[in-house]
Design a binder for this molecule. Sequence first.
Ligand SMILES: CC(C)(COP(=O)(O)OP(=O)(O)OC[C@H]1O[C@@H](n2cnc3c(N)ncnc32)[C@H](O)[C@@H]1OP(=O)(O)O)[C@@H](O)C(=O)NCCC(=O)NCCS
Length: 185
Amino acid sequence: MDHERDDSEPAAISRVAEPEIPPDLTHQVQALLQACFPEYPSRTYFKLPPHFRYLAVAAGELVGQVGVELRVIRAGRNVLRTFGVVDLCVSESQRSRGLAGQLLAEVTQLAGSCGMDFVILFADDDRLYTRNGWARVANPCTWLKIHEHATLGVATAQDTGALMVKKIGQRAWPEGEVDLLGHVF
Ligand SMILES: CC(C)(COP(=O)(O)OP(=O)(O)OC[C@H]1O[C@@H](n2cnc3c(N)ncnc32)[C@H](O)[C@@H]1OP(=O)(O)O)[C@@H](O)C(=O)NCCC(=O)NCCS
């Protein structure tokens, strides 16, 4: 039997709570993040760990991942239940086959079944997200500034130029300032 990796094998996607990711997979997550994002720190998160991840494994190897934050945020006077998408990445050899789209579809589906109002993310390049149902919004944002495990202060009412939202429930995306009630991701 040929044990070479078969690049055509579809990836199996599973959801795992962050504290339950076993050490060998944690190493693979870190390696993938460092391969996909230049100057990623030597850990599996940039500011703080996400609450859970979707991991895509093909032929026993991690080929894609997305972190998800459970975040209650405030937009104007509205308190919203959201999932925040963080550090979505797919290994270079597996790109352009729809895997990131599948990971985003998993997050969207869970958000629907959990009664979330929106799935939000921050991205400069909006191509993948526009194609998968996200829209760019320009609300000024307030967040807790965290760098290398130190709280530096609060960024207030800044236009990130990167916020994108996908409506899950019945509520329209509100106008006004967004308070992330935590770090930006
Ligand atoms: C962005 C990324 C996750 C896409 O993964 P993928 O499995 O190839 O995505 P899909 O096949 O579902 O969709 C591909 C489309 O995403 C878009 N895309 C490519 N790179 C992108 C990027 N960095 N940001 C946003 N969209 C991107 C393109 O429109 C692409 O279409 P193409 O293949 O015809 O060029 C992958 O390129 C990656 O890991 N890049 C490095 C990490 C990164 O930049 N992550 C995004 C952080 S916001």
